[in-house]
Write a protein that binds this ligand. Sequence first.
Ligand SMILES: Cc1cc2nc3c(=O)[nH]c(=O)nc-3n(C[C@H](O)[C@H](O)[C@H](O)COP(=O)(O)OP(=O)(O)OC[C@H]3O[C@@H](n4cnc5c(N)ncnc54)[C@H](O)[C@@H]3O)c2cc1C
Length: 376
Amino acid sequence: MTELADRLTQALPAIRAGAEPADERGEFPAGSIAALRDAGLLGLLSPESAGGIGGGPADVVEAVSAVAGACGSTAMVYLMHLSAAAVVGAAVPPEGGDDLVAALASGAQLGTLAFSERGSRSHFWAPVSRARRLDGAVGIRASKSFVTSASHADVYVASTLAPDAASPTDSSLYLVARGSDGVRIDGTFDGLGLRGNDSAPVTLDVTVPTGARLGDDCSGFGLMMQVVLPCFSLGNAAVSLGLARAALEAAIAHAGGADFVHLDSALRDLPTIRAYLAKGWTDLVAHEALLRETAAKVAAPDDTTVLAVLATKAGCNEAALRITETALRVTGGAGFSKQVAVDRPYRDARAGFVMAPTADALFDFAGRALCGMDLF
Ligand SMILES: Cc1cc2nc3c(=O)[nH]c(=O)nc-3n(C[C@H](O)[C@H](O)[C@H](O)COP(=O)(O)OP(=O)(O)OC[C@H]3O[C@@H](n4cnc5c(N)ncnc54)[C@H](O)[C@@H]3O)c2cc1C
């Protein structure tokens, strides 16, 4: 067993135990995040020199899909933390940056991304807010539409147009502490799935030091595309497939145990049921293989990597819609009525598709790449 597998084995029981309250009551899975912290897994992508594991893309896929199989809400909170840690580590801000890298690695601080804005919706690469230059500081006024862990993260990585932005992608990224004056969390998350992920709207009217900027002014778009997009897309695809696997495995188990007493047979004796399961399984393992291959490409990028990342997130998001649909169909009223554990992964799996870059936007980007057109 690898060290990562050992860490997951340590954390997963608590994560499984927290899944139902997260789903039924929309509770933030604090115990699950503590279990990830105790197992050292919040430092998965953080450098070993800062106390992290120094893992790579394949590790994100393995860890996030395993966590999603136990609790989708926890997996999304975890993925947002990893994405924030990755970009902070790649462009350490001068003001308190080293301490923050270590705090994100140990899990002393939980991170998240505050990218999507009301004004540009899922087009997170084009924030409509614009930073104002102040004396040694910048003012940021932004209306963020969804921020995972909004009330629980210690630090947001927030996007905004640079003060002198000349185009919609001339953005910068800033660290904003959740406790800062001018951070307002506008409600709670009450969604179809991932109900514990606390992805609430957040209004920012903050002043942050210039040294809280990640990288140079106007480097936000590059950091989003080169650091956040690969990490988030692989992890988001892993959430989708972890949920799909959980639903399909529950359906397979149900098919063996649901009896037709009057026929002395079970669901699995129906050829249609077996065919649904086999098709779902084929879909699942094909996309798991694709995801592993794309993770390897991200670790050793070449000319095909960008297209692979775009297509893999979209493809895995769609596969999860199909596979969880199959699991619900196979388990009939038992699945629909929560007697079989397919309804939560079914609902949770609907989120990956609408999370930016959305699957449909990605298909458009991938189509543009295939046709030799500019992506933006
Ligand atoms: C559970 C959850 C957690 C989230 N967490 C975060 C977070 O932590 N941080 C963050 O910044 N954001 C987060 N988001 C926001 C997310 O990334 C998207 O920005 C958001 O879901 C988009 O919703 P919308 O209604 O604005 O979509 P819209 O942009 O209105 O899209 C509506 C439809 O139009 C389609 N569409 C839009 N543009 C195109 C295009 N160019 N080509 C083809 N189709 C297109 C979409 O695919 C979708 O089907 C989260 C969202 C959810 C649901």
